[in-house]
Design a binder for this molecule. Structure first.
Ligand SMILES: Nc1ncnc2c1ncn2[C@@H]1O[C@H](COP(=O)(O)OP(=O)(O)O)[C@@H](O)[C@H]1O
Ligand SMILES: [Mg+2]
Length: 221
């Protein structure tokens, strides 16, 4: 009842011309609603792959992934996108904002696509909450890295997702901005009662999570 995510014997392999790369091996994981979880592990250990699977951006080679008791591995791509759009907010290391859209437009787009009323107004409120009141009409290229990531977070949480997936969200930021971004993320999930899965190399940031997971060679250790 209280389960948010359940991974059962999840495997992910990539096929290249020459060989098969086993990226994730028999991952079993259960997370509860409102959990905050950090994932650490060496580069290449499979952290991003795991995030992609949970967010439905990649398909498991075998195994099952239940999100809110629904087996997303059994759904079509469109159905998975729908679940992701409504329930999961994803934040990446490189912010992936739309370059020719302003801060407000980047956030408002998500709301428009989901037929929310007054998307611009809501986008502004969110950006204001993250200290970007004076940056509404800036393009991403006119924002610092920390500001861009705050816009990306505003976009990710606009739909009030049940789960935020953050893949090294502070990986491109200096320490001051890293602290700000991690505070924003943890404050948000606390206030809204959502869950957070955060991949990071920063052990201080990882320690803010209730639960810490380590991945090695595609396995949870
Ligand atoms: N599309 C892909 N095709 C082939 N191999 C991939 C692909 N994506 C990732 N990999 C490989 O999978 C392994 C895990 O990658 P990744 O999940 O990005 O690790 P991490 O995020 O922990 O650094 C790496 O060895 C990487 O080279
Ligand atoms: Mg990665």
């Amino acid at each position: 009842m209280n389960t948010l995510l359940k991974l059962k014997k999840v495997n992910l392999k990539y096929q290249t011309d020459k060989d098969t790369i086993k990226v994730l091996n028999n991952i079993d994981l259960i997370t509860k609603k409102k959990d905050t979880i950090s994932i650490m592990g060496e580069s290449g250990s499979g952290k991003t792959s795991l995030v992609m699977l949970i967010g439905g951006l990649e398909k498991a080679t075998s195994g099952k992934i239940f999100f809110q008791n629904q087996d997303i591995t059994a759904l079509s791509e469109d159905e998975v996108s729908e679940i992701r759009r409504k329930h999961i907010g994803i934040v990446f290391q490189s912010f992936y904002l739309i370059p020719n859209y302003t801060a407000v437009e980047n956030v408002a787009l998500t709301l428009e696509l989901n037929k929310f009323k007054n998307p611009q107004q809501q986008a502004k409120e969110l950006l204001d909450r993250f200290g970007l009141k004076n940056r509404f009409n800036n393009l991403p290229s006119q924002l610092s890295g920390g500001e861009q990531q705050r816009v990306a977070i505003a976009r990710a949480i606009a739909m009030k997702p049940d789960l935020i997936l953050a893949d090294e969200p502070t990986g491109n930021l200096d320490s001051k901005n890293s602290v700000m971004i991690s505070n924003i993320l943890f404050k948000y999930v606390k206030e809204e009662g959502s869950s957070l899965i955060i991949v990071t190399h920063d052990s201080k940031l990882a320690n803010k999570a209730k639960r810490k997971i380590k991945i090695k060679d595609g396995k949870i250790v």
